[in-house]
Structure formats: structure tokens, C-alpha cells
Design a protein around this ligand. Structure first.
Ligand SMILES: [Fe+2]
Ligand SMILES: [Fe+2]
Length: 137
């Protein structure tokens, strides 16, 4: 099973959708590294690569929210921060237990579930707000 971005995840703001696609690609790369039995170091590198982009995306999204005075900014930012913490916990677990199919499955479920839920609810709401705000500006 690979992780792919699908059209139902489109929030309608091009820059955000493009970033989401990239996140899915990087999560997929991470899972692939896990599944293919690559060494710990190689998997850790892909984990860094994924996490780095994730943090950049969250910052970009939060900056857009500030720019347009998005009313749910704090709640949205809190969700992002919670997820970064969860990724940190996964990283620790991975360090303890190493790579395995189990680990890949667990990471896949945790990352993808969160991303899909967050995009479909919080990012979608942001998308609606931005479309209205951008039209008004
Ligand atoms: Fe978000
Ligand atoms: Fe997002």
C-alpha cells in the first residue's frame, strides 16, 4: 500500500495543496524505507526529510493564517504542535525498536490517519476561509 494524495483532500488553495502532495510523497518515502528493510540510519534520514518538510509546511500554513487574521489560528496551530509531538514520540519508538514491517504499519496508520483527518477538517475550513478572503482582497 502506498500513500498518495487524492483529489478529495484538495482544500482549493494551490500552494497548500501542493505542499500536502509533497508531505504525502515524503511519508510514502519513509514507509518505503521502513518496508524495504533499509538500515536504521537510512530510515532515520527519511524520517528527518519528512519531518523537516512537515514543520516547514505547518509554519507556512500558520503564516498565511496570521496574514489573513484567521480566527481559528491558535486552535489550528495547537493541532500542528500536537502532531509534531506525536512524530517525536514515533521517532523515539523507532530508535528503540528499529525498523520492521510492524513499525512501518504503525507509522503509516498514525501519520496518514492524522493527516487525512486534519486536512479534511481543519485545513478544509482554512481553505474555505482563504478563498473568501483572497477574493475580498
Ligand atoms: Fe493545518
Ligand atoms: Fe496542512
Amino acid at each position: 500500500m502506498s500513500v498518495v494524495w487524492t483529489q478529495d483532500l484538495a482544500v482549493g488553495v494551490k500552494a497548500i495543496d501542493e505542499q500536502h502532495k509533497e508531505i504525502f510523497k515524503r511519508v510514502d518515502g519513509l514507509l518505503e524505507a521502513c518496508r524495504s528493510g533499509k538500515g536504521k540510519e537510512a530510515v532515520e534520514e527519511t524520517l528527518d526529510f519528512m519531518e523537516d518538510y512537515l514543520v516547514r509546511h505547518f509554519t507556512a500554513e500558520e503564516n498565511i493564517q496570521l496574514h489573513y487574521a484567521y480566527p481559528d489560528y491558535y486552535a489550528h496551530k495547537k493541532e500542528h504542535e500536537g502532531f509534531i509531538r506525536d512524530v517525536g514520540a514515533l521517532r523515539k519508538k523507532f530508535k528503540r525498536e528499529g525498523t520492521s514491517l510492524m513499525m512501518a504499519a504503525e507509522m503509516s496508520a498514525a501519520l496518514v490517519d492524522w493527516l487525512v483527518k486534519h486536512i479534511k477538517k481543519s485545513d478544509m475550513e482554512l481553505g474555505k476561509f482563504l478563498k473568501l478572503s483572497i477574493v475580498k482582497h
